[in-house]
Structures are given as structure tokens and as C-alpha cells.
Design a protein around this ligand. Structure first.
Ligand code: FES
Ligand code: FES
Length: 154
């Protein structure tokens, strides 16, 4: 059965009709044109579909859209709406990604993490990244880019 939900999406109030079993990822991608979260595993394991729900990173492939009625969702589109961030610039400078499929999820995870811990140690970066699967890079370039972007005093 369809139901209308209303929530904040990247600072805009949006309303959309959703099925009771429809996942947030599908609503974002196919009803609202938000393409940054990617369908990877579809089981909450790889992190490629990550978005921020009230500031906390969640896997949109396992959240029912009806659950976010009245909540606040941020995606990469919102995070970079005033231009690419320092973290994203560092990803580019380090050639941190290859195919780029994981990039949005990694950026979402790191955005939450760096808001709480702006100057992390390498071990903390690795720990924070541990839930995001990258099939291409071996992670070194991603970790280097994050470390570079978060050097104290820069
Ligand atoms: S697609 Fe959602 S965690 Fe993998
Ligand atoms: S760059 Fe391809 S999955 Fe991470």
C-alpha cells in the first residue's frame, strides 16, 4: 500500500509516495533522482549505499523508506552542493579511487567520522573505513587522502 512520506533531503523538504516495503535507496535513486548512493551488496554489508540519517551514516539498502518520514537525510549531492570539499579534493589529488563505485559511501562514512574527529590518527581512519568495501584500491590511497586532508593546521 502506498503512503506519502515527507522528510528533509539535503536541506529541501520533499514529499513522495512510497510502498510499505520500498527501500530508501530505491526511493532516492529512482523517485528522487539522487544517484550518489549505489546498490552494491543490497544486504547492508558493503557501504556503497551509505547516506546520513540525522547525521549518522546508515545503509540505505536496508532501511524502509517509511522509516524516514519526518527525518533528515544527507547525501553526497548535499555535502558537495557548494563545491567539492577539502576531503574530496584530497581524494582527487591522491587518485584515491579507481572505478569510483565505493567513493560516495566512503565519503559519507568519512563525513560523519570527521565531524566528530577532525584530526584522526591513521589507525582511527582505518577503523572508521572498515565497514566500506572497496574492490579496487587496497585502501592505501584512500587512507593517505584522508590523512592528508585532515592534517592539523591545514
Ligand atoms: S548496497 Fe547497501 S550496504 Fe551494500
Ligand atoms: S574504487 Fe572501485 S570499488 Fe572502490
Amino acid at each position: 500500500m502506498k503512503r506519502e512520506i515527507t522528510f528533509t533531503l539535503n536541506d529541501d523538504i520533499v514529499s513522495v509516495y512510497v510502498e510499505s516495503d520500498e527501500k530508501l535507496l530505491d526511493v532516492l535513486r529512482y523517485k528522487l533522482g539522487i544517484k550518489s548512493p549505489k546498490q552494491g551488496c543490497g544486504r547492508g554489508e558493503c557501504g556503497s549505499c551509505s547516506v546520513l540519517l540525522n547525521g549518522k551514516s546508515v545503509r540505505s539498502c536496508i532501511i524502509y523508506a517509511v522509516e524516514i518520514d519526518g527525518q533528515k537525510i544527507e547525501t553526497l549531492e548535499g555535502i558537495q552542493k557548494n563545491g567539492i570539499t577539502k576531503l574530496q579534493r584530497s581524494f582527487v589529488e591522491h587518485n584515491a579511487f579507481q572505478c569510483g563505485f565505493c567513493a560516495s559511501g566512503v565519503t559519507i562514512t568519512m563525513t560523519e567520522f570527521l565531524r566528530k574527529n577532525p584530526y584522526p590518527k591513521i589507525a582511527e581512519i582505518k577503523e572508521a573505513l572498515s565497514g566500506n568495501l572497496c574492490r579496487c584500491t587496497g585502501y592505501k590511497s584512500i587512507v593517505d587522502a584522508i590523512a592528508d586532508a585532515t592534517k592539523e593546521g591545514e
